[in-house]
Write a protein that binds this ligand. Structure first.
Ligand code: PMT
Length: 432
């Protein structure tokens, strides 16, 4: 991180005390750090703390003539290699999402060409409010070149005594993400600066089961835990993507940096996907969506009788096929959960649903697939396939995303359009 210029914005949340540790980690790694504090932040932390850590005066006002005569705010915005706002309050996020420039920090965010990352920190009720989630999603659109990166929040106990999502990520986690961004830049020895593989890309993912109600008490569902889809969401964020995750009922924490939309039935998942798919670059349908639902949902609990029972089922909308059929569609990836003839059934679904890629997994095996921590998948596309091997779902997710990234770069580079992707089998040594 030597010489990297980090502008650390601090807004008014109790998590501001953690920003001193983040600042220390950055300085220790050789970065040059300048701090900008909002009025609220100064109610929690003394500017002198950060001046002592960074060796630079803390900036806190847009109209500070003396400070402006030193390094003006536009110069400061240009100085930064990255702006990190940690903690980022609901109020700051709302202002940033709507293009306000009423104080120094929001003005710098509008004026800078550098990437911006925010680490949200707020009460769990505030984080879960629809308007906050809308503002967070809007951050992906505030600039043409790249979305604002949203790192966190974490879930857990909060200073206010509540428990839930809204805790700022730990300083070490935020520091690791800053390093990853810069190391991605340094990654290419030929000096070609490379952003993270999915930087600037927006990815929509479905995960988990759906629940198809029979009556107010009973439903039809399946064994999907959501682990595969959540792993893909987490890895996509670490590869620089802006990720929206539409999840059926699961008991998994939201991966940090992911915008989550919770649904229950296939119809609700269908509606949530169609509401979020505009502007997406990639859609990954890992959810185990019920193909059918009861034609009638009883308004009262169905009473048992001595006779058998017939339940008439009707088809649910096919979500991934609908997305694949959109005129302006994202790169569309499906999964095939098969118990026999896995590859041939998967190839059939690739064609029938009009997908760009399908990930085949044999769900008859007890050691992979539903609710397992591992999977063993084969990626299949129109003119090639690649076994990605058996691995932990996080590693499988990385391998799937690497295939997707390869396809995206081929789609955007006319040269390689006709080439087959390398379709040798996967070997561990391929992992970085
Ligand atoms: O969640 P885990 O416990 O980690 O388990 C992971 C998994 C086994 C669920 C996952 O790896 C997987 O295989 N997901 C797809 C399960 C499924 O529904 O497969 P399918 O072959 O029935 O559906 C084919 C594709 O169409 C899937 O992408 C599915 O999301 C999609 N689909 C299906 C029905 C429907 N109505 N709409 C859809 O979009």
């Amino acid at each position: 991180m030597n010489g990297k210029k980090v502008l650390l914005g601090i807004t008014g949340g109790i998590a501001a005390y953690k920003s001193a540790e983040l600042c220390r980690l950055l300085i220790k790694s050789g970065a040059d750090v300048r701090v900008v504090m909002s009025a609220g932040a100064k109610a929690f932390m003394q500017p002198l703390t950060f001046q002592a850590l960074t060796g630079h005066e803390v900036r806190d006002s847009l109209l500070d003539e003396r400070a402006e005569s030193g390094m003006g705010h536009i110069e400061l915005a240009r100085w930064a290699d990255i702006i990190v706002v940690a903690p980022a309050t609901a109020n700051f996020i709302a202002h940033l999402a709507h293009g306000f420039a009423e104080d120094l920090l929001t003005t710098l965010c509008l004026a800078t060409p550098a990437p911006i990352a925010v680490a949200p920190a707020m009460n769990q009720q505030m984080w879960s409010k629809k308007i906050t989630q809308k503002n967070v999603q809007a951050l992906a659109d505030i600039s043409d070149c790249q979305p604002v990166l949203v790192w966190g929040p974490d879930e857990g106990s909060q200073a206010c005594g509540d428990v839930g999502p809204g805790r700022m990520l730990e300083p070490a986690d935020i520091f690791a993400r800053i390093k990853a961004l810069f190391s991605a830049d340094a990654m290419d020895a030929s000096g070609k600066s490379e952003a993270l593989p999915l930087a600037g890309k927006r990815v929509l993912i479905t995960a988990g089961p759906t629940r198809e109600s029979l009556d107010p008490v009973r439903y039809i569902s399946n064994h999907s835990s959501g682990k595969m889809g959540f792993a893909i969401a987490a890895e996509a964020v670490s590869m620089g993507a802006a990720v929206t995750l539409v999840s059926g009922p699961v008991s998994l924490p939201t991966p940090s940096g992911v915008t989550r939309v919770d649904v229950s039935s296939a119809q609700q998942m269908y509606e949530a996907v169609l509401a979020n798919v505009p502007g997406m670059d990639v859609f990954v349908a890992s959810a185990a969506v019920a193909d059918y639902r009861p034609e009638q949902i009883a308004s009262q609990k169905i009473k048992k009788s001595n006779e058998g029972m017939v339940i008439h089922l009707i088809r649910n909308p096919d979500i991934v096929a609908t997305v694949a059929g959109l005129t302006k569609r994202p790169f569309t990836v499906g999964f095939a959960a098969e118990t026999n003839d896995v590859l041939s059934y998967a190839k059939g679904k690739l064609q029938k649903k009009g997908l760009d890629l399908i990930i085949a997994n044999d769900v008859s095996r007890s050691d992979i697939g539903f609710n397992s921590d591992h999977n063993d998948v084969t990626a299949i596309w129109s003119d090639g396939e690649q076994s990605l091997g058996m691995a932990n779902k996080s590693v499988v997710a990385q391998r799937i995303l690497r295939i997707i990234t390869e396809h995206l770069s081929k789609l955007s580079s006319p040269v390689a359009a006709g080439e087959n992707l390398n379709n040798k089998g996967y070997s561990e040594s391929d992992d970085e």
